[in-house]
Write a protein that binds this ligand. Structure first.
Ligand SMILES: Cc1cc2nc3c(=O)[nH]c(=O)nc-3n(C[C@H](O)[C@H](O)[C@H](O)COP(=O)(O)OP(=O)(O)OC[C@H]3O[C@@H](n4cnc5c(N)ncnc54)[C@H](O)[C@@H]3O)c2cc1C
Length: 385
């Protein structure tokens, strides 16, 4: 990887394209590093972020199991490595006509190209379930893990709301809980209830069947095509069957909604409409990617891939390269199990073919949880693909 440092920022003269990135999560940072690599001194990069750290969210699921946790990286360091000016503030309004934004602090900032990557909002889908929030995973689930270890919790339901948020954490929590009970020689019934057609169905039929096999081996039941309600803290009702499940505890994934930023279009759930080049539909010179856009699968790896496409579109505007190929999602992920992780891929094989597979790997050979081509090398402690 080329040395990306402050010199790129100082070289950016008055003719440089003024690129503003709002949001410094996976998509925002991936776009920043991709843009610096692709367009170098042809751009001046500004990163607008209301936080001081980038948190590697997927590993938060291990916190309640005392098995690891989410790494944190100072944004000031990452911004410097991307040659970006960091402004600690939030995006409030976009004015595409005047090509400027208003920030939460009341400042007006101009841009030539704007990349909006604000992620999604998380809300509880069910009043009577414990809704996971990766920002306080240990606080929410540590007691549950202790109850499993002590043999007080015998029946756990993990409910995925519709539409499903990120695909991985429900299965990871189920597998790790079941493994912990096994390690402590405690009996537990874990059930995942999901609107998906099968477990991790987005990864394709073969991988989904392998995941189903793994869950069965670990005595985790799956009820798929299930649209649930949680009428009490110990009961899940399933639609359309009308059946219900009595349990000791219900854990649910959150419902996601988009950022619904004033001045940009959005659907009924606040998600920003995106095209296959990462551009916001119907708006000039604004691009987007990640959990906040209306691409239906929410996955960090896809956030990064679409951010790369958007970054190349912006770099092309700066005259640095050709326009990218249209976004063609390739799904890859790592499933944490409490034992050996599994690598899951769903790749086009040429023609109309798709190869979907699940492979057992060792922890030492584990690729990054989020496949992000330009960002990962800047995250010490994360394996480089
Ligand atoms: C528990 C868990 C496990 C997961 N596991 C996996 C996995 O195994 N593999 C995988 O690929 N993905 C996984 N994901 C999904 C992945 O983390 C997300 O898809 C990814 O973080 C989305 O990136 P993003 O940039 O769109 O949003 P985020 O990473 O959420 O970043 C959005 C950023 O925007 C900032 N922001 C918000 N509002 C504003 C504003 N108004 N102005 C400026 N900035 C703003 C936020 O502070 C944040 O920094 C998991 C997620 C969770 C929660």
């Amino acid at each position: 990887m080329a040395d990306l440092n402050d010199s790129a920022l100082s070289e950016a003269g008055g003719d440089a394209l003024q690129v503003m990135i709002a949001g410094a999560g996976v998509a925002g940072l991936e776009a920043a590093f991709a843009l610096r690599e692709l367009a170098r001194e042809r751009i001046h990069l500004t990163l607008l972020a209301p936080v001081q750290e980038f948190v590697y969210r997927p590993m938060a699921v291990e916190e309640p199991f005392a098995a690891g946790g989410a790494e944190r990286y100072p944004l000031s360091k990452l911004a410097a490595e991307a040659g970006a000016e960091l402004i600690e503030d939030a995006l409030a309004v976009v004015d595409p006509e005047r090509r400027c934004v208003q920030t939460a602090a009341g400042n007006e900032l101009g841009y030539d190209a704007l990349f909006v990557a604000l992620g999604a909002r998380m809300d509880a889908a069910f009043d009577h379930a414990t809704t996971i929030d990766d920002g306080r995973m240990d606080e929410l689930l540590h007691g549950l893990v202790q109850d499993v270890e002590g043999g007080y919790l015998k029946r756990l339901a993990v409910v995925v709301p519709a539409p499903p948020p990120w695909p991985m954490p429900a299965y990871e929590i189920a597998l790790m809980t079941s493994q912990r009970a096994w390690d402590m020689q405690m009996a537990i019934e874990v059930t995942v209830l999901t609107p998906e057609d099968g477990p991790l169905a987005v990864f394709g039929r073969e991988a989904s069947l392998e995941v189903a096999r793994l869950l069965a081996e670990r005595h985790v039941d799956v009820v798929s095509s299930a649209y649930c309600e949680v009428p009490t803290a110990k009961k899940v009702t399933i639609r359309p069957s009308g059946e219900s499940l009595e349990v000791d505890r219900v854990v649910a994934l959150p419902a996601l909604s988009g950022p619904a930023i004033s001045g940009l279009p959005h659907d009924d759930h606040g998600f920003i409409p995106v095209d296959e080049y990462g551009a916001v539909r119907g708006v000039d010179r604004v691009w987007t990617a990640g959990d906040g856009c209306d691409f239906p699968i929410k996955l960090g790896g896809l956030a990064a891939q679409l951010a790369d496409t958007a970054a190349q579109s912006i770099a092309a505007l700066a005259g640095a390269c050709e326009m990218p190929e249209p976004f063609a999602p390739r799904l890859e992920a790592v499933l944490l199990t409490g034992g050996s992780p599994r690598r899951i891929t769903n790749q086009p094989t040429g023609g109309q073919g798709i190869q979907s597979e699940l492979v057992r790997i060792t922890r030492d050979a584990m690729p990054p949880k989020i496949a992000a081509r330009y960002l990962t090398p800047h995250l010490p402690g994360q394996p480089v693909a």
